[in-house]
Write a protein that binds this ligand. Structure first.
Ligand code: GLN
Length: 483
């Protein structure tokens, strides 16, 4: 039962092969049996899950249908869930029970999805390895000595290990696509503004975007359908109709123009990953796609620009966690300053403190022009490169990451080494474009992802290309041993 995709679950529920309650019980038992190896959940919500499953079964019995009605999912622990701990992977929010549901949470609940729990993540979504969580590192089900990627590592590990079919995640610089690549999943970061950020605890507001993590493009289409749409509570939400993503999964790739940026294949890319990307290109050519070499000349400036902009926004967003309005409060403060200093010093981990310091420095008088303003100019150049490329091609293809998942602890002493691993993902966030990662093969038993990028609001195009690819390849069906 645990091997089923969301699409298969929807068919099984519609055909009355099993109930949502039965399926929910099987998955909850599987989580309690297997998750101790992975640490992919921060909180389990068994009682809520069973209540939602029974309600979904009753709705089906009353003649209602829907792809998510009775489907078990989990939420990354930065989506606010009413009355349930929403920790953001931080000691700072360990005792925070959100007073309301994030829009993504309430939309999915209304569609009948069943919430099994809240998944582990890098603290405040800062990281690429899920090692900065206050609740401990998450392990990669493909090799328990390796990281699952981050910051949505809990969602990724849980879905890859077949603890559940799909989960929500967020992507500020790659946190959906990179863990998807590291765990053999399909993950989609939508266009900025496509999915509401209301109730999603902010890391870097101009870059953050929620999206689905699942095993197939078809399942990403189903979950995105439940997440996307205009939300008046989010001032950057865009009032664009949401297409029927599942219905769009039947397009021919004949004549599809795929741009392959020459900058993506330079030094730093593992040659074995380069070979797998070439194989996926050949596969898409067989389906009728036409390949064109393109150039994204400002890509080399993207990492430094991102690691100024994201910490700058984080330093501002995280100022609210002061032990007074929000967050952990230290014991016996001597005075107000002592309260602020010790509450923040105790509540935030090392990576979060590093980013707050970098961000506050970049925004300070005298340095603003040299760092923040300059980074914003690079951001525009990165966007312009993409706009020029999309005049010539329909999608852009390349590796999701330069290397496969590294060993736990391997990059802990060198944060910049971890930042460099984001080279292929962060440009989409800087430009606000949609991007998808899908399975493309294995290196030393570890999964490799291929990334597709599309023009604004062309999530449907990405999902269709990935679905056609998955109809003709079987990488996405591989299961990690022991799960
Ligand atoms: N690795 C990037 C960072 O640490 C991206 C994280 C994310 O997308 N949330 O900022």
């Amino acid at each position: 039962m645990h091997q089923m995709t969301l699409a298969e679950i929807a068919r099984g529920l519609a055909d009355k092969k099993f109930s949502s309650e039965e399926l929910t019980k099987v998955l909850l038992a599987r989580i309690s049996q297997l998750d101790p190896q992975l640490n992919s959940f921060i909180s389990l919500t068994e009682a809520l899950a069973l209540e939602q499953a029974k309600a979904a079964d009753a709705r089906r019995a009353n003649g209602e249908s829907g792809a998510l009605l009775g489907a078990p999912i989990a939420h990354k622990d930065l989506f606010c869930t009413q009355g349930i701990r929403t920790s953001c992977g931080s000691k700072m929010l360990d005792n925070f029970k959100a007073p309301y549901d994030a829009t993504v949470v309430s939309k999915l609940a209304a569609a009948g999805a069943v919430t099994l729990g809240k998944t582990n993540m890098d603290e405040f979504a800062m990281g690429s390895a899920n090692e900065s969580s206050w609740y401990g590192a998450v392990k990669n089900p493909w090799n328990l000595e390796h990281v699952p990627g981050g910051s949505s590592g809990g969602s990724a590990a849980a879905v890859a290990a077949r603890l559940l079919p799909a989960a929500t995640a967020t992507d500020t610089g790659g946190s959906i696509r990179q863990p998807a690549a590291f765990t053999n999943l399909t993950g989609l970061k939508p266009t900025y503004g496509r999915v509401s950020r209301w109730g999603m605890i902010a890391y870097a507001s101009s870059l953050d975007q929620g999206g689905p993590l699942a095993r197939t493009a078809e399942d990403c289409a189903i979950l995105l359908q439940g997440m996307a749409g205009f939300d008046p509570n989010d001032s950057t939400s865009i009032d664009e109709p949401v297409p029927d993503y599942a219905a769009g999964l039947n397009g021919s790739l004949q004549g599809l123009r795929i741009g392959v940026p020459k900058e993506y294949f330079g030094a730093g890319l593992d040659p074995r990953i380069a070979d797998l990307i070439q194989n996926s290109i050949k596969e898409l050519q067989k389906l009728g796609a036409v390949i064109k070499e393109i150039s994204l000349p400002n890509m080399q400036h993207a990492i430094p620009a991102y690691y100024v902009i994201a910490p700058a926004e984080a330093s501002s967003n995280l100022s609210r966690f002061d032990g007074v309005r929000f967050g952990h409060r230290c014991a016996d403060p001597k005075n107000l300053e002592d309260l602020y200093k010790r509450s923040r010093g105790e509540g935030f981990g090392a990576e979060v403190q590093r980013r707050i310091m970098v961000g506050a420095y970049a925004l300070s008088a005298g340095y603003y022009d040299a760092y923040y303003l300059k980074a914003q100019k690079i951001r525009r150049l990165v966007k312009n490169d993409f706009m020029a490329a999309f005049n010539e091609v329909d999608i852009i293809l390349g590796p999701t990451t330069p290397n496969p998942a590294w060993k736990l602890g391997a990059k802990n002493s060198d944060p910049v080494a971890a930042y460099l691993e984001d080279v292929y993902t962060i440009t989409a966030n800087l430009a606000g474009l949609p991007g998808l990662s899908m399975p493309a093969g294995f290196v030393d038993g570890l999964p490799v992802g291929v990334q597709l990028l599309a023009p604004y609001f062309q999530e449907g195009r990405l999902l269709n290309v990935a679905h056609q690819y998955q109809l003709h390849t079987d990488w996405h069906t591989r299961t990690p041993t022991g799960f």
